[in-house]
Ligand binder design. Structure first.
Ligand code: SF4
Length: 367
């Protein structure tokens, strides 16, 4: 696929998409009206021409993947968001907290298997103090000095600041000193207050999530950004979410990757619009995101959320990162994801090559 969009514009017959393609070819950011059209068009192949040319302009035919593990240190959470199938109350039969010894053992085993990155996310535990998290990070860093640590969502950092009574900046500084390299993008869900009030009423607001990300960016941390879709949101809510991310990125440049997450309703308290997304929903959202978020370098499809086959297809619709091996993923599998909780490196490389792309192993910092 040619990354120069101009010669391809004549292939686009839909006049609205053609108008958007002409803007994109001239590096003009799309506006909110354009975004609404992108997110509702039935012409996904023409949408794909625009998204793929942009993706190719940025990344050629390269697709990134990582060899990483998940560490969900506790499922005890004081928020118990209705959208969440993972969390428990203290005392529930399935409630757990991983000890520091257990965490170290898991990381040692994963490192012996070739893992060079760990993603740490957990519930908001009412009793664990900041020193648990500092010790956890130091132990992991002690196993492998250059392991890449992507740790804690904005929601967890807000919790750490509350339980420790420390300013947010100081919490970040302490956890950076203990080993954090970057932040995942979780907790963004959808910023629209009326939807958030239903799916995650006790979670920090969208504005607070953005403020915490801005603080992380100001301290030099790169972060992901996410969007949870296919629950109760409207197209307008998605447009607004994407534009708020784009506006913050214009100020900080700290988002390296945007990760759309299709909602899985199993075991949650939310009855979504549909049990699962359709192929059109996924393709349209990923491709439109590539076009709307012109200033965020990478668009990632988590194969364990969208499925391996859809992840392969999305590589031709704006996606340049298929995510990692993710040993031991718990959160989306608690919500009914049918994918394996571990994809071997060889398997991910085969998926990428089979879709006609060149696989490149990286960590979440794209190093
Ligand atoms: S989504 Fe996160 S904050 Fe909400 S209940 Fe689950 S673990 Fe807790």
């Amino acid at each position: 696929m040619n990354f120069n969009l101009f010669p391809l514009i004549e292939k686009i017959k839909n006049p609205e998409l053609r108008h958007i393609a002409e803007k994109v070819a001239r590096n003009i950011p799309v506006n909110r009206d354009d975004a609404r059209r992108l997110l509702s068009t039935p012409d996904i192949l023409e949408l794909g021409i625009i998204a793929h040319s942009l993706r190719t302009r940025l990344h050629g035919d390269t697709v990134c993947y990582g060899v990483n593990m998940n560490l969900n240190y506790t499922n005890i959470c004081e928020l118990r968001c209705p959208l969440c199938a993972f969390s428990c109350d203290p005392g529930d039969s399935e409630a757990y907290v991983l000890s520091l010894e257990n965490i170290e053992k898991r990381v040692k085993k994963a490192v012996a298997d070739g893992v060079d990155e760990v993603h740490i996310v957990g519930g908001l535990h009412p009793q664990l103090g900041l020193n648990y998290y500092e010790k956890m990070l130091k132990r992991i860093r002690g196993v492998k000095d250059d392991i890449y640590i992507v740790a804690f969502t904005a929601v967890e950092y807000d919790h750490f600041a509350r339980i420790s009574g420390l300013p947010l900046e100081e919490v970040f500084q302490r956890l950076i000193a203990a080993g954090v390299n970057a932040l995942p993008g979780g907790g963004a869900e959808i910023f629209a207050p009326q939807v958030r009030a239903t799916i995650a009423p006790k979670k920090i607001s969208g504005q607070r999530w953005l403020d915490i990300m801005r603080t992380a960016h100001d301290l030099g941390l790169k972060t992901n950004a996410t969007l949870l879709y296919n629950h109760l949101e409207s197209i307008e809510d998605i447009v607004d979410h994407l534009f708020q991310l784009r506006d913050l990125q214009a100020k900080t440049g700290g988002f390296k990757t945007f990760v759309p997450l299709p909602f899985h309703e199993e075991n949650s308290d939310i009855k979504a619009q549909r049990k699962s997304t359709t192929g059109f929903d996924d393709i349209r959202l990923y491709a439109a995101s590539r076009i709307i978020l012109h200033n965020i370098p990478h668009i990632k499809a988590l194969w364990m959320y969208v499925g391996e086959k859809m992840a392969q297809v999305l590589l031709s619709f704006g996606v340049d990162d298929i995510s990692g091996t993710y040993q031991n993923e718990k959160i989306v599998h608690a919500a009914g994801a049918r994918t394996a909780d571990f994809g071997s490196e060889a398997h991910l490389k085969r998926l990428i090559a089979n879709a006609g792309f060149t696989a490149r192993r990286t960590n979440a910092g794209y190093e």
